[in-house]
Ligand binder design. Sequence first.
Ligand code: FAD
Ligand code: NAD
Length: 367
Amino acid sequence: EREVLGASARDTTPSYDWFQTDDLITVVIYTKQKGMNAELVIVDCQHKRLRGEIILDDHSYLVEVDLDHEVQDDFAVNIAEKVGKVEIILKKKDRMQWKVLGLPLESHNTLIRRTERGLFYRKCELVSKTEVTHDTKLFCFMLPKSTHLQVPIGQHVYLKQIIAGTEVAKPYTPILPFLPLDFKEPFCQDGVHIYLMIKIYSCGLFTQALDHLQIGDDISVSNPEGNFKKSQAEALEELFLLAAGTGFTPMVKLLNFALTKVDCLRTVKLIFFNKKEDDILWRNQLEQLALRDERFEVQFILSEPAEDWMGKQGKISSALLSECMKRSKKDSKVLICICGPTPFTEQGLQYLEDLGYSQEEMHAFTA
Ligand code: FAD
Ligand code: NAD
């Protein structure tokens, strides 16, 4: 059901217009929102179908038309951040005057809640697959030229494929290709490649099919989803990351952001829970980073260690958290992020609450 907007909301409802030259079609979206940025603009243009989605907090504004004439695959997106103007500049295939932009599709020019807007998928090509551990691989997918999409920190995408005749979709959290060790400059993503670190389960329905993808094969990738807000990490003094297994994935971009962009940050501590030593993802990179940046510390905790393991062992517990997570100052601004198997995350949140952390100080990554 579409939301009926009140008069005050209508004043801030985005609108759009379009212009043309001999070679170009420019679609302009007036979002009427300050602080627009590239992560809030998702554009796809395939087979004459233009879809431009603007994320406005928990709402989504959509321009969706069947274009009057053919355009080339690549296009440009310009964003005037302060005034909230978004331009999508398409290149005409043929130099001719268009009478109309195109035929509006069903959801064209609507502003609705994000949760009501179905996920949109586009085909991406698998360009590489490299081993991370005995069961986990780093997959690199390439977005088509005809897509503008950047996955924000803490958000995930859905991958979709047909398995034995049925469509199956599962969520995965994009990471960086490696942990940048020099945290002076934020790692710049190219906007073309999406890196996913995925554990292949021997009986896993989806991951077995993923593992059988060949380089050059396509898979459908959705728009981003997730409820983490970058503002939660701004002005932080201490950041604790509690990750279990592949629950490490949302921590990668967050770690990079915190160490490069959060000036008042004093410490980041990653407490990383795994079964065995050889399950630890990016262990070497994490240890290197801890050596390079004195604000960063990592602790590995194994639930099924070998006899010679000298480090900590066990599972998440109240005693363990109170021991590993001491505030360095009584009233410093703290954020604790947690991600892993559902029981791990739920128990963790409960223990943290028992230890006196407030809801605002905790964030759980979930679907
Ligand atoms: P399934 O066929 O569902 O089963 C996987 C294995 O676990 C099998 O061996 C099965 O026997 C066992 N199993 C299934 N259900 C349970 C259960 N309830 N308790 C115990 N064992 C069970 N995974 C990543 O590798 N990388 C990511 O970046 C990533 N991001 C995610 C982001 C979100 C928001 C969420 C919710 C999950 C994410 N996951 C990620 C997990 C991913 O979505 C899949 O669940 C995972 O890949 C398994 O899919 P599958 O179909 O191969 O396995
Ligand atoms: P795993 O089975 O290898 O376990 C890793 C560690 O998690 C264990 O050593 C243990 O310390 C802890 N753990 C496991 N089960 C537990 C339980 N029942 N109670 C308490 N602690 C427990 O982990 P994995 O196979 O890498 O699975 C990672 C999980 O993280 C998956 O369930 C995946 O869906 C989830 N995940 C979620 C997100 C997200 O929501 N954003 C992102 C990535 C991964």
